[in-house]
Design a protein around this ligand. Structure first.
Ligand code: ZN
Ligand code: ZN
Ligand code: ZN
Ligand code: ZN
Length: 319
């Protein structure tokens, strides 16, 4: 075995960690009950209108990803935004780029802790102990239940959706936000500019502020007859049921409210958002070469930073 192949073997094993391999929410035809977690992810994004970079705290994490047809999977783009001059073989070689919106979610379902096995069926050990992973309970016919594998309710996952699905989540929020957290219907008493505080003529989504001379998302002032502190219900306050609709490029989601506002039903675990910045970190150049099977030259200026730190399972390893 050459040094090169041995090294590659090791580096693959460091990255191919079972931890996190099952941490992605995958939807099917059956509705799944989830709770979205507002992650407060600080991100630098390009403002389409002004062409300027802005750093914002967002409830979700935005990823840029390239589709690799031959591997039927996505790879995280090496560039954080259009103006980023980091190396990306995907961009350089013209792989289709799309944007994904990643949410931390609590999957409100039963899971089991089971031993992780390799492809030959051997239990994988770490420090002499079996590595445990979480698998969803399969209901009445569940083998893991019969084997009395440790069972728990509610698992934190990440969930990547398209812009289309984001529109659907937003549409649901538009409906539920007509109601106050106390359960009373809210009355809108006015719209103001979030930048200068001046009252603006507005719809719920957009207003032109004469003071700032720009379009703003108006701040809405509410009145509630049921309580002193009116606050509209947000999509982060209720459990929702989601499922996949359609197939292929036409796949989207269907989403329904599933609970009144309050903590997620039956879940006792932490609501701490996942570190999506690490989970979806852009691959370094050496990793990009493997991902894209690209061993030619691209115009590289400056040093390429290489990290030997074991990293959380990056999304591009999932198929
Ligand atoms: Zn790219
Ligand atoms: Zn089970
Ligand atoms: Zn203003
Ligand atoms: Zn109220």
């Amino acid at each position: 075995m050459s040094l090169r192949s041995a090294y590659r073997d090791i580096s693959r094993r460091i990255i191919h960690r079972p931890v996190g391999a099952y941490d992605r929410l995958i939807l099917g035809d059956e509705p799944q009950i989830i709770r979205l977690v507002n992650g407060g992810y600080e991100q630098t994004v390009l403002n389409d209108v002004t062409g300027q970079l802005i750093t914002k705290k967002l409830p979700f994490y935005i990823i840029r990803r390239h589709w690799i047809p031959s591997k039927k999977r996505y790879a995280i783009c090496g560039k954080a935004h259009d103006l980023d001059d980091s190396i990306c073989i995907g961009c350089d070689q013209g792989y289709k780029l799309s944007v994904g919106y990643v949410h931390t979610v609590i999957h409100l379902a039963y899971y089991h802790k089971v031993e992780y096995t390799d492809k030959d069926g051997n239990v994988v050990l770490r420090d002499g102990r079996p590595v445990l992973i979480d698998r969803p309970c399969e209901g009445e016919e569940c083998k893991m239940c019969k084997m009395k594998k440790e069972k728990f309710f509610g698992k934190k996952l990440h969930w990547t959706v398209s812009a289309r699905a984001m529109d659907q989540l937003e549409a649901l929020e538009d409906i539920i936000s007509g109601t106050c957290m106390c359960g009373t219907e809210l009355i809108i008493v006015g719209y103001t500019c979030p930048r200068c505080g001046q009252p603006v003529e507005a719809t719920k989504k957009e207003a032109f502020c004469a003071g700032c001379k720009r379009f703003v998302r108006p701040k809405i002032t509410y009145k509630c007859t049921g309580c002193e502190k009116p606050r509209p219900v947000s999509i982060y306050d209720i459990d929702i049921a989601v499922k996949k609709v359609g197939s292929g490029t036409d796949t989207t989601i269907s989403v329904f409210p599933k609970s009144p506002p309050g903590p997620p039903a039956g879940y006792k675990g932490s609501m701490e958002p996942l570190d999506l910045k690490s989970i979806f970190r852009p691959p370094i150049f050496r990793e990009q070469r493997e991902i894209y099977d690209f061993h030619g030259e691209i115009n590289v200026e400056g040093e390429i930073e290489q990290s030997e730190e074991p990293t959380p399972d990056p999304d591009w390893l999932h198929d």
